[in-house]
Design a protein around this ligand. Structure first.
Ligand code: LHQ
Length: 259
């Protein structure tokens, strides 16, 4: 349910249930999580590229999995979040390596919010983001209320979440929810090039940079200045820093090793 390749430091994870617009069943949850866990532990992985196969990116939870018409007690969706979505979201945010997301088509429900948790999001111009939850009586999850409120502010966050109105890729980019909307047929080439660039970059510095920008959300300036000092100290001890400066002085391209 998730196709995995590792090429030149880029771990590419492709959600692969195209007939269901890559909506999440248990197997796909576990496969995606295993992919991100590998990105944590495997030092040969230096960037992740997440995308979907077929015409959609991800339609959120597979709604066929729990058919209320079949009866039985109401499911505990909090348990579903604790068990499946939230660990994966945390793993993506805590990964000290860049995660690029190529949104190849519709991203609905938790599928949209999964994309917003990634570090750099490119989307095909025809792709749209839908906070579908309002249509079925749920609340936005997978970090959606956090991302939308923080990135967009309350007026836009509330309107998107309360109406489930689709947001097209170009507008999502205009609003700062994603990095770029690109022509459909250029999406994968551009996303792969970006992931390859990041994977050949100074991984320690890039990972610390991601951590710093995320930490800024809850830090005061004083705390953030201290954290920048601590992170710069670590970055300054990396092999890639020495290589970066040496390459600059020798007027050549640096060859970063990721340490
Ligand atoms: C699907 C799905 C889908 C199953 C398309 N499931 N089959 C929820 C509960 C539990 C715990 C916590 O978290 C969550 C989080 C959530 O994500 S809740 C939100 C769940 N997602 C949705 O409500 C979105 C449902 N899907 C749609 O609204 C539409 O399919 C969108 C707008 C995504 C795409 O529309 P179209 O392009 O018109 O495609 P389609 O509707 O024809 O879908 C194609 C096929 O994919 C179709 O199957 P079929 O056999 O008829 O060809 C759909 O049934 C299937 N599919 N999403 N989530």
């Amino acid at each position: 349910t998730v196709l995995t390749t590792l090429v030149d430091g880029v771990l590419m994870l492709t959600l692969n249930r195209p007939e269901k617009l890559n909506s999440f069943n248990e197997e796909m949850h576990l496969a995606l999580r295993a992919g991100i866990e590998r990105a944590h532990s495997d030092t040969s992985v230096r960037a992740v590229l997440l995308t979907g196969s077929g015409r959609g990116f991800c339609a959120g939870q597979d709604l066929g999995d729990r058919d209320p018409r079949k009866g039985g007690p109401a499911p505990d969706l909090g348990h579903t979040l604790d068990t499946f979505y939230n660990p994966t979201l945390r793993l993506i945010r805590n990964l000290q390596k860049p995660v690029v997301c190529a949104v190849n088509g519709v991203a609905a429900g938790a599928g949209a919010n999964l994309a917003f948790a990634c570090d750099i999001v490119l989307a095909a111009k025809s792709a749209k983001f839908i906070q579908a939850f309002a249509k079925i009586g749920l609340v936005p999850d997978a970090g959606g209320t956090w991302s939308l409120a923080r990135i967009l502010g309350e007026p836009r966050a509330k309107a998107l979440a309360l109406t489930a109105e689709p947001l097209m890729a170009e507008k999502a980019a205009d609003w700062g929810l994603i990095w770029k909307a690109v022509e459909d047929d250029a999406l994968m080439a551009e996303a792969e090039a970006l992931a390859a660039q990041l994977a050949s970059g100074p991984t320690v510095g890039l990972g610390l940079t991601k951590h710093l920008i995320q930490a800024a959300a809850t830090n005061s300036l004083d705390e953030q200045l201290d954290l920048e000092r601590d992170c710069q100290r670590k970055a300054g001890r990396s092999r890639d820093y020495a290589e970066g400066v040496t390459a600059f002085l020798e007027k050549r391209k640096p060859e970063f090793v990721g340490e």
